[in-house]
Design a protein around this ligand. Structure first.
Ligand code: SF4
Length: 277
């Protein structure tokens, strides 16, 4: 399939332009892979690569893909709903959707692959846990509600829209993510905010503002994850002028204090605090 073919897809009657990434079809051999993540029995990733393009993304290292093309070339596993239909007859357990790529990245608006997977899952009683940085998840809110024990996490790392646009360029802006969390909380779906990574260069006031915005949605649970360092990450932040001096990202004391502040603010605001992984 070519990029031009994709331009023919419609979403809610609205014509969308072609995707800004190179798109390729990738046939999957299995839909559900065994998970080693806590609380998840299986992983389901309809896409390979992720257009959101987060500067701190460590997913390509986890799945041994090229970092250079991770956010510019996205594969879609076209046969995954069919495989899922077959595998769900025997595989029982909690399914993590979007463990290494965002299941609601921009391409999903055109391809509806995550939605097709949810349609299959809704016919069975497997609990699901979705993690996203996109308000597109709201498109499927009723479908998600129809599955057995759904949970949705929304990642929000900062309320600074300019900073977010530089570190998570194609994800929904922070205000839209907060609104997504509010609508999920209102709908009664079990939801949580993923503050991950906790950015060690944020000022105390910025962390308080972030947690305050999350608390105001009615969400009662926050999961925090530390920034995972990798070669070249510090230089990427320096080059983008997000931090100005070396060592800010890798200072363990600073990282620890930031996570502690998230925890303390959660306690103060009456939200449950957890650490990821
Ligand atoms: S949304 Fe997740 S998988 Fe996608 S680029 Fe960002 S960190 Fe990576």
């Amino acid at each position: 399939m070519t990029i031009l073919d994709l331009d023919l897809f419609f979403d809610d009657g609205e014509r969308k332009g072609p995707p800004s990434v190179k798109v390729y079809e990738a046939k999957a051999s299995t839909a559900l892979s065994k998970s080693s993540l806590p609380g998840l029995d299986f992983c389901l990733n309809p896409y390979i690569g992720c257009e959101h393009g987060c500067i701190y993304c460590f997913a390509p290292d986890v799945v041994r893909r090229q970092r250079e093309t991770w956010s510019s070339e996205v594969g879609y596993r076209s046969n995954i709903p069919v495989l899922l239909n077959r595998e769900l007859r025997t595989k029982r357990g909690t399914i993590g959707i979007g463990t290494v790529t965002d299941p609601y990245q921009p391409l999903e608006r055109l391809l509806l692959l995550t939605r097709k997977c949810l349609l299959e899952i809704a016919r069975h009683d497997n609990p699901i846990s979705i993690l996203t940085k996109s308000d597109l998840v709201l498109r499927d809110i009723e479908l998600i509600r129809s599955t057995a024990r759904p949970e949705v996490g929304v990642t929000i790392t900062t309320m600074d829209a300019d900073l977010a646009s530089r570190i998570e360029p194609k994800a929904s802006p922070p205000v839209a993510r907060v609104e997504t969390l509010r609508r999920l909380a209102d709908s009664g779906i079990e939801c949580y905010a993923m503050v991950g990574p906790v950015l060690p260069f944020l000022e105390q006031q910025e962390i308080r503002e972030l947690l305050g915005a999350i608390a105001a949605t009615g969400c009662k649970r926050v999961m925090a994850d530390r920034l995972r360092m990798r070669p070249g990450l510090e230089m990427a932040f320096l080059t983008a002028n997000i931090v100005r001096s070396k060592g800010v990202l890798s200072d363990p004391y600073r990282a620890e204090m930031s996570v502690r502040l998230v925890r303390d603010e959660c306690t103060r605001m009456g939200m449950r605090f957890e650490t990821a992984f």
